[in-house]
Design a protein around this ligand. Structure first.
Ligand SMILES: Cc1ncc(C[n+]2csc(CCOP(=O)(O)OP(=O)(O)O)c2C)c(N)n1
Ligand code: SF4
Ligand SMILES: [Mg+2]
Length: 289
């Protein structure tokens, strides 16, 4: 096996890319929670954003385009003791990966899905993505709002939106999301507004438009219906709601891995030798006979 490099490679992102803020916030949140490096796994999507996996010295996989959630859930079910982050772009998650995206809320495995939304396909040089505004690169379709879809699935998920222009707020939210996962409470979805300074520089516009939902009258992130309405109102008024959008009232351990495995450690921690499993194999063979 070739020797492991002492340090992860330096980011290849354009100077000023919003993804730098995400990288810093992920590192800070993991450090604040004192997550041992060998217990943290990142599954990256395909795109500029998904390459975040290369810039962290942790275990991980660079997944197939739009298939990172399936792999991240698999990692969590194989070894629930791991803290698992899936990270990718708006194209990866909301175009080719859309089917997996919707089911992730329903499955509710205790992993963090972090989407760096720049409203474009950055890596392939700035085409329109599902979140692009009308008029961007000839786009005639209205933008998709992932947070509204997230809020529409009645499941005990943690849902939030952050902005790379507010690194402190992003770190606090990522910390809460990872804590939620580590307590086995279920799926956490955080969409970060991460401007692509090369093909869609939205820093100035987004800074003017973001509204922290916690400042809205009657803010109650335990009330999904109310939060859906509040987000829709903000979007209709041309603003961008950010902050914690859903936080389940009960602190129950609702994660898929808890439902399937209870407190058992997961298949990778169990005995895998033939003798330890002979009874299971024989039962299986008998059932197939
Ligand atoms: C199956 C497949 N289809 C298409 C591509 C080409 N491709 C690479 S990245 C990408 C989209 C990237 O956009 P996004 O997920 O928003 O990430 P960003 O680069 O903006 O961070 C596409 C279409 C691919 N790699 N694989
Ligand atoms: S092309 Fe855009 S998304 Fe990709 S690294 Fe450059 S600024 Fe970031
Ligand atoms: Mg993108």
């Amino acid at each position: 096996m070739p020797p492991r490099s002492a340090k992860p490679v330096q980011p290849i992102w354009c100077p000023g890319c919003g993804d730098f803020g995400v990288l810093a916030a992920v590192k800070r949140a993991a450090a604040n929670l004192k997550i041992p490096v060998h217990e943290l796994v990142l599954v990256g999507g395909i795109g500029c954003s998904g390459s975040i996996h290369n810039f962290l010295e942790i275990n991980g996989i660079h997944a197939l385009h739009g298939r990172l959630l399936a792999q991240a859930v698999g990692v969590k079910l194989a070894n629930p003791g791991l803290t698992v982050v899936a990270a990718g772009g708006d194209g990866d998650g909301y175009a080719i990966g859309m089917g997996h995206f919707v089911h992730a809320f329903k499955k509710n495995a205790s992993i963090l899905y972090l989407v760096m939304n720049n409203e474009t396909y950055g890596l392939t040089k700035g085409q329109a993505s599902p979140t692009s505004q009308i008029g961007f690169e000839g786009n005639v379709e209205p933008p998709f709002h992932a947070v509204l879809t997230a809020l529409s699935v009645p499941a005990p998920n943690f849902i939030a939106r952050t902005f790379s222009g507010d690194p402190k707020g992003m770190t606090a939210i990522l910390e809460e999301a990872l804590r939620f996962n580590r307590e086995g409470r279920g799926f956490a979805f955080v969409e970060d507004l991460s401007p692509c300074v090369t093909y869609n520089d939205t820093y100035k516009l987004w800074r003017e438009k973001v509204v922290d939902v916690a400042t809205l009258p009657g803010y109650d992130p335990t009330d999904r219906r109310k939060m859906f309405g509040a987000c829709l109102d903000q979007i209709d008024a041309g603003r961008i709601p950010i902050g914690v959008l859903h936080r389940p009232a009960a602190a129950d351990r609702e994660g898929l891995e808890v439902k399937l495995l209870g407190d058992r450690p997961g298949p990778v921690r169990g005995p895998i030798d033939l003798e330890a499993n002979r009874a299971h194999y024989e039962k299986l063979l008998a059932a197939l006979a």
